[in-house]
Write a protein that binds this ligand. Structure first.
Ligand code: CP
Ligand code: NVA
Length: 309
């Protein structure tokens, strides 16, 4: 096993393929139980979690809090004004204090270094709920959704259209442990981090393409994926980015080029009329809501893994 005893869930690529597939399998099993209304599985009974948010959230907050509670635990939400990590108190102190109250810490932060520091100084597991660099829980949920809809993850052609951001980095890190054909179609100057692209290519198991031609890129896709053009922390660049990303909207014509088997995915929140049209989000082959639901199931399984279940 690759780094079997790993305490935290910070990058998908910290784990080997077997572990990732095991977590996804667990996610399906626990999802099935919960969907049946079975509430007898209470592995988190007696456990508490702190959830640190320095950015807004709907999915991450509610799916972690609901999921942890459905499996018997209690989660504490800490919003941007509560602990003011790095301002009112140093990150390494936050990590050590919360470790004395909680069995696990989940955090959404700006700088990736902050989640690394939390992991380093916390004695309990730390789960990455998005940084400016990556969003591993999202891509685990996406992988689960892909398995449910196309039958398997391995070999899937996933074409991301838009900004080479945190979502793209997590796809690349997944592609460095699970064989995929991952394509990122983005405007020049908005490519993903070069080192992360190299890491995915050097792993030698996936086909990785970076292009500025979305029309070519989407052909034969299993999934066309998009995300906002201005991420949290970049909202003041929104108007400038809107200009730069012309031609990168996922619209009905682009989905037509992708072909009949292509599903549409988006991590949400979506800005209809910008990176995607309302029609594409609402189309029958859009799986954005099952995808959002799977955040909870993927994360439950990630936490079960970290607790050694
Ligand atoms: N996809 C996602 O992480 O959504 P939130 O920002 O609402 O948590
Ligand atoms: N790239 C987006 C994802 C939101 C879930 C952001 O970081 O704002």
């Amino acid at each position: 096993h690759k780094r079997e005893g790993l305490k935290d869930f910070i990058h998908i690529s910290d784990f080997d393929k077997e572990t990732i597939m095991k977590i996804l399998q667990k996610a399906s099993e626990v999802k099935a139980l919960l969907k049946l209304g079975d509430r007898s599985f209470q592995p988190f009974k007696g456990k508490t979690m702190s959830m640190i948010f320095t950015k807004p959230s709907m999915r991450t907050r509610v799916s972690f809090e609901a999921g942890f509670s459905l499996l018997g635990g209690h989660a504490v939400y800490l919003g941007p004004d509560d602990i003011q990590m790095g301002k009112r108190e140093e990150t390494r102190d936050v990590a050590r204090v919360l470790s004395r109250y909680n069995d696990i810490i989940m955090a959404r932060v700006f700088a990736h270094q902050d989640i690394l520091d939390l992991g380093r100084y916390a004695s309990v597991p730390v789960v990455n709920g998005l940084t400016d660099y990556n969003h591993p829980c999202q891509i685990m949920a996406d992988a689960l959704t892909l398995i449910e809809h196309i039958g398997q993850l391995e070999g899937a052609k996933v074409v991301y259209v838009g900004d080479g951001n945190n979502i793209v980095h997590s796809w690349l890190l997944l592609a460095s442990v699970v064989p995929l054909h991952f394509v990122c179609a983005c405007p020049k100057g908005f490519e993903p981090d070069e080192k992360t692209v190299e890491k995915a290519r050097n792993a030698g198991i996936s086909k990785i393409d970076i292009t500025d031609n979305p029309k070519e890129a989407v052909k034969g896709a299993d999934v066309v994926y998009s995300d906002v053009w201005a991420s949290m922390g970049q909202k003041e660049e929104a108007a400038f980015r809107m200009q730069k990303f012309q031609g990168f909207q996922v619209d009905e014509a682009l989905m037509e080029l992708a072909g009949p088997k292509a599903y549409f995915m988006h991590c949400l929140p979506a800005e209809r009329g910008a990176e995607v049209t309302d029609g594409v989000v609402e189309a029958p082959n859009s799986i954005v809501f099952p995808q959002a639901e799977n955040r909870m199931h993927a994360q439950n399984a990630i936490m079960l893994h970290l607790f050694g279940f």
